[in-house]
Design a protein around this ligand. Structure first.
Ligand SMILES: Nc1nc2c(ncn2[C@@H]2O[C@H](COP(=O)(O)OP(=O)(O)OP(=O)(O)O)[C@@H](O)[C@H]2O)c(=O)[nH]1
Ligand SMILES: [Mg+2]
Length: 502
């Protein structure tokens, strides 16, 4: 994930942490509970640290595999049986380290080994006091601006593992979520997924929002039995989810990703290529028959591959990866491991996800981090006696009035509520103006970047007038008026910031 130049962000985002820091100071001075003090200090430190993105979803959705693909290295263990049992942070640092967090929040170093670029093997202590989480520090360009957090599957057979994830992500608990954004994996949308996501969403900025959640249709290569058109079918399914009101109210968008292909492409070895080439060298009908199913391949002994080689191919590429890998080699479209790796990576959808993370999460990192601080302050106001928390409640009101990006974030959530009485075109325009697709004036106005230098003031004035009519119409519902006022102010700020002497 590439760096986003902070200077490209609007000034209103850059000053957010300066606006919030005094409120955190007021809160620290008012509460002497050590837990609250620790949470306030931590959230203050977070205002400038890497963005924290949690990867969540049901058991075996492919979370750890996707994390490895995003890091570009196999670090997180993956397995066909339930695998991730502890919330595990992967963060950049100067040295290679693994620590466990104990139930008191203290950290202890743990031994680990790693064989031949394979997943980490961490020596967990054999004690009753189970770690609360693991922290893996790994010098990595991909982790410089984001910390990725692997979570145990929801719906785990071991209920404690599920609870660890639910507790970790739940913004309604006394100390709010430690993740600024969530990548939620689903194989197909299941009732459990929707219930889980709904539990974390609300119509207020203080809860998880569709802006801070991206949905992934994971293991996309397995759709329709891993046939050659699996990825095209997955894209169709994802497109349907993107227009489903219920899913739109929970996720910013849904992308299909074949994490296994992406992970394998990051460390594709010449011996994988050679094994696929040997398979592809068999007569067409033999290859077709062997690739009818995973079990058929396991029991086909006469294709020039040993049983461990066949198992390794299945493990690393899945049926779809083997089918297209063999076909690409057979047709002479790829000639070595490097070329095969590029094609698999392109097909996997991982680059689209990385671009979305850059643009949608890292590009609004300051806003998302500020929001995490607001979540904590709002939780304090809600949980503490009014007399004690009143100055913070007042400070939050003032913050919303002065920090317009937070109001835009709240409007983006409201705009995904199916009950909001606006048509699809108005919603799309309003989302754009609130910065859903970028914060440059041209992006907000839905204009091509080539038009840089064109006078957009007349367009802004017309847009303000149109939304003012909605804001002032006596029959407009309260939520439509609120959104309209946010749009008007966004446009007014754009007019104010237009270069002078145009
Ligand atoms: N075909 C295919 N298999 C995948 C994909 N992603 C993961 N898998 C396989 O699915 C199994 C589970 O993958 P993990 O990444 O461990 O899934 P997880 O969601 O982290 O699982 P838990 O931590 O146990 O909840 C492994 O055998 C992976 O190889 C994918 O995109 N395609
Ligand atoms: Mg896992």
């Amino acid at each position: 994930m590439s760096d986003v130049d902070p200077r490209e962000l609007p000034r209103s985002h850059r000053v957010l942490s300066d606006q919030i820091a005094p409120l955190l100071d007021i809160a620290s001075a008012r509460f002497d509970d050590p837990h609250i003090a620790t949470a306030l200090a931590a959230v203050g430190d977070r205002l400038s640290g890497p963005l924290r993105i949690a990867i969540a979803g049901k058991v075996k959705a492919g979370k750890s595999t996707l994390l490895n693909a995003l890091v570009g290295e196999e670090l997180a263990p993956t397995d066909a049986s339930e695998c991730t049992r502890l919330v595990t942070w992967y963060q950049d640092g100067l040295s290679y380290r693994v620590q466990m967090e104990d139930s008191e929040g203290g950290f202890t170093p743990l031994d680990f080994t790693r064989r031949e670029h394979q997943a980490l093997d961490i020596a967990l202590p054999d004690r009753r006091d189970a770690p609360r989480s693991l922290r893996v520090t790994w010098p990595s360009q991909a982790l410089r601006r984001v910390t990725l957090i692997d979570t145990p599957g929801i719906g785990s057979a071991t209920s404690g593992n599920s609870e660890a994830t639910i507790d970790f992500l739940n913004p309604n608990r006394p100390l709010p979520t430690q993740a600024d954004a969530v990548i939620y994996l689903m194989n197909h949308v299941h009732g459990d997924d929707v219930r889980f996501l709904e539990a974390f969403h609300d119509q207020e900025v203080s809860q998880a929002t569709p802006t801070t959640t991206v949905g992934i249709l994971s293991r996309a290569d397995e759709i329709g039995g891993g046939r050659q058109d699996a990825l095209a079918s997955a894209e169709k399914v994802a497109a349907r989810y993107r227009t489903d009101d219920r899913i739109r109210s929970l996720c910013f968008t849904v992308l299909p990703v074949a994490g296994l292909l992406a992970q394998s492409s990051t460390n594709l070895r010449q011996r994988d290529y050679d094994a696929l080439a040997r398979l592809a060298a068999n007569p067409t009908d033999v290859v077709q028959d062997a690739l009818l199913s995973a079990d058929r391949l396991r029991s086909t002994h006469h294709v020039g591959l040993s049983a461990p080689e066949r198992e390794s191919l299945l493990d690393r590429f899945g049926m779809f990866g083997i089918r297209i890998g063999a076909q690409l080699i057979r047709r002479g479209l790829v000639r070595d491991a490097g070329q095969l790796s590029s094609v698999l990576r392109r097909q996997s959808g991982i680059d689209d996800l990385a671009a979305l993370i850059d643009e949608h999460f890292i590009g609004r990192a300051q806003l998302l981090r500020a929001r995490s601080a607001v979540v904590l302050l709002e939780a304090l106001v809600a949980s503490q006696p009014a007399a004690l928390s009143r100055p913070i409640a007042l400070g939050l009101d003032q913050l919303y009035a002065s920090a317009h990006p937070l109001a835009e974030l709240r409007a983006l959530t409201a705009l995904r509520n199916p009950r909001l009485a606006l048509d699809a075109d108005d919603r799309a325009e309003a989302e754009r103006i609130c910065g859903a697709h970028g914060y440059s004036p041209l992006a907000r106005m839905g204009l091509d970047a080539d038009l840089d230098g064109v006078d957009i003031e007349p367009l802004l004035v017309a847009t303000i007038n149109r939304w003012r009519r909605k804001a002032e119409h006596p029959l407009s519902p309260v939520d439509v008026r609120a959104v309209s006022n946010v749009i008007i102010r966004s446009c007014e700020e754009l007019v104010r910031d237009l270069p002078t002497g145009r």
